[in-house]
Design a protein around this ligand. Structure first.
Ligand code: SAH
Length: 397
């Protein structure tokens, strides 16, 4: 027993998923938890017979341990540096770090990058970190130091935005704030040469939905001459892609007034006083009640309808209702981009919901593209749960 962490022993036979490198240990698999263990502590997980399996963060809940390494090694600053450097190399190899037209990408995507509990997004020099586990939260300063050491001069600040994501059971009272450096007024980022103001202090998630980047580029490619509805627009990413792609008209809709303000600000940055764009702060279902055949390209990118398994049925009904409104009204020859970002809604289930919606409308529908999350949101092959974003591009006759 070479490392300094407390040992947790599994029930006999419960090591199978860890032998297959799945990073979660469920509480039901634990045989023995040492006394005095605190939430967020580093623990070494062992078989019932005492063999080493991995080291990770302990937490109270159904996922009891999130494994950080399957090797017997210390979790110290050099460890975090190796992890962050590895994630950065992956972004380099997919061309994101050197892209002159795009300077926003996800640097660390939790389990997808072998760091369960950590999200880190790069916004043109500023990294916004989000801890989803107590262990990562407690080690945020080491992690920030590692990010600083790896990114070097391409970094100007690190902001911690964990107040809403770190579990409250640990009795922590986290506050968002800068771990290093500070904000620069009017900070802008670029995606495909389009400019955005990102508000990581007040905005949703870490400030911007980076995961739709590649899907926005498909909208850019397919929107020439079309009348576009961007439903659930948030900061307007799909709207500017459509405008850059030569759309004839773009309407952006979101129920949040703040989102509509952000969208309008970003339109002004890229297409000042362009009469093609209008934004509306209203509920999606209300707006879609009676749009008739105004649009021939519709984007539906709703928030996660189902965050928990018991909400699955309701979520599928939601997707069906939403999509059937679009199918019934989209102009013949129109394109529907429809998404689901709920992790518990599988690709098959989502497709079935969209299929039902199409059938209700009686229209002829073909699937042109099946979309997913981009390379900076990688899926760890041993953790298929990491695949969450699903999209279809449909041609509606
Ligand atoms: N497409 C966006 C991300 C969408 S996030 C992008 O590319 O950046 C989901 C958005 O849906 C949020 O901005 C949220 O405010 C909005 N929203 C949630 N419920 C809504 C509703 N019932 N009607 C309209 N918008 C809604």
């Amino acid at each position: 027993m070479s490392n300094p962490y407390k040992d947790i022993f599994l029930k006999p036979g419960k090591e199978q998923s860890l032998n297959r490198f799945h990073p979660w240990v469920f509480s039901g698999a634990l045989k023995f938890v040492p006394s005095g263990l605190n939430e967020g502590d580093l623990v070494t997980v062992r078989t019932a017979a005492g063999e080493f399996l991995g080291t990770g963060h302990y937490q109270i809940g159904s996922i009891a341990v999130r494994i950080l390494t399957f090797s017997d090694e210390a979790i110290d600053l050099p460890f975090w540096e190796r992890k962050i450097r590895n994630a950065w190399e992956v972004r380099k190899s997919s061309g994101l770090v050197s892209d002159h037209e795009t300077n926003v990408y996800r640097l660390v995507h939790g389990e997808g990058d072998g760091i369960p509990g950590l999200i880190a997004d790069y916004y043109n020099g500023v990294v916004v970190m989000q801890a989803h586990s107590v262990g990562v939260f407690l080690q945020r300063r080491d992690i920030a130091e590692a990010i600083k050491n790896v990114l070097g001069s391409s970094l100007t600040a690190i902001y911690d935005k964990s107040a809403k994501t770190v579990p409250f059971k640990a009795g922590l009272t986290p506050e968002d704030g800068y771990l290093w450096g500070q904000a620069i007024a009017g900070h802008e980022v670029m995606e495909y040469g389009l400019r955005f103001r990102v508000d990581w202090e007040e905005g949703q998630k870490t400030g911007f939905f980076i995961d739709q980047r590649e899907n926005r580029s498909l909208v850019l490619k397919l929107s020439a001459g079309r009348d576009v509805l961007n439903m659930f627009c948030y900061t307007g990413g799909f709207s500017f892609a459509a405008m850059k792609g030569g759309a004839r008209l773009v309407h952006s809709v979101d129920s949040s007034v703040k989102a509509i303000e952000l969208t309008n600000q970003n339109v002004e940055l890229n297409f000042p006083e362009d009469p093609r764009h209008e934004a509306f702060a209203t509920d999606a279902f209300t707006y879609l009640k009676d749009i008739k055949d105004q649009y021939d390209l519709i984007i539906l990118d709703p928030p996660a309808f189902a965050k928990h398994r018991d909400a699955l049925k309701q979520a599928l009904l939601g997707y069906k209702r939403l999509n059937s409104r679009a199918f019934e009204q989209i102009r013949p020859g129109g394109l529907l981009f429809t998404f689901s970002c709920s992790q518990i809604v599988s690709r098959e289930k989502f497709r079935e919901a969209v299929f039902s919606a199409a059938a209700i409308s009686g229209r002829n529908v073909r699937i042109l593209y099946q979309l997913s999350q981009p390379s900076d949101h990688p899926v760890n092959i041993y953790h298929p749960e990491g695949e969450y974003l699903k999209g279809l591009v449909l041609y509606v006759e």
